[in-house]
Ligand binder design. Structure first.
Ligand SMILES: [Zn+2]
Length: 149
């Protein structure tokens, strides 16, 4: 059994579209990033890599090479590393914090999509959300911890 953990932070940007948990939500403000800014997939991918004692995401995806990169590509890379070691996710906990991007109306879609990609049952995945309680806070944060066997 091995633990993986990661934390990612992105600034909310009205000029970027919203990709969250591998789902596209058209017409909503996204996150500042050279990639699609999918903060959940970034933290999730890196958490998988840390469980395998690999480096942080930035070591594999240089900023200048990540222009418009789909974060699903990053997650595919992380999952491939997991499969190479013959390991699987036992359970994963995703905690999202944002003042202006509300997760609750999006949660079911994100949950279903992550369950499909990670090939886990609903009792192996948890997605929770909270707010900063500060209207001026323009950042979203995602913390992911997981166990692989
Ligand atoms: Zn990120």
């Amino acid at each position: 059994m091995r633990i993986g953990y990661s934390r990612d932070i992105h600034k909310i940007s009205r000029s970027k579209e919203l990709y969250l948990g591998g789902v596209f939500f058209p017409g909503e403000a996204g996150h500042e990033a050279t990639s699609d800014g999918d903060i959940i997939l970034h933290a999730l991918s890196e958490a998988i890599l840390t469980a395998l004692s690999m480096e942080d995401l930035g070591s594999y995806y240089k900023e200048e090479e990540s222009k418009n990169l789909s974060s699903l590509t990053i997650l595919d890379f992380a999952i491939a590393q997991l499969r190479k070691k013959n390991m699987q996710i036992s359970n994963v906990v995703i905690s999202f914090t944002s003042e202006h991007i509300l997760l609750s109306p999006k949660k079911n879609k994100i949950f279903a999509n992550l369950q499909r990609i990670l090939k886990v049952n609903s009792d192996q995945l948890s997605v929770t959300a909270t707010r900063w309680e500060d209207k001026d806070n323009q950042y979203s944060e995602c913390v992911v911890s997981l166990i692989v066997d």
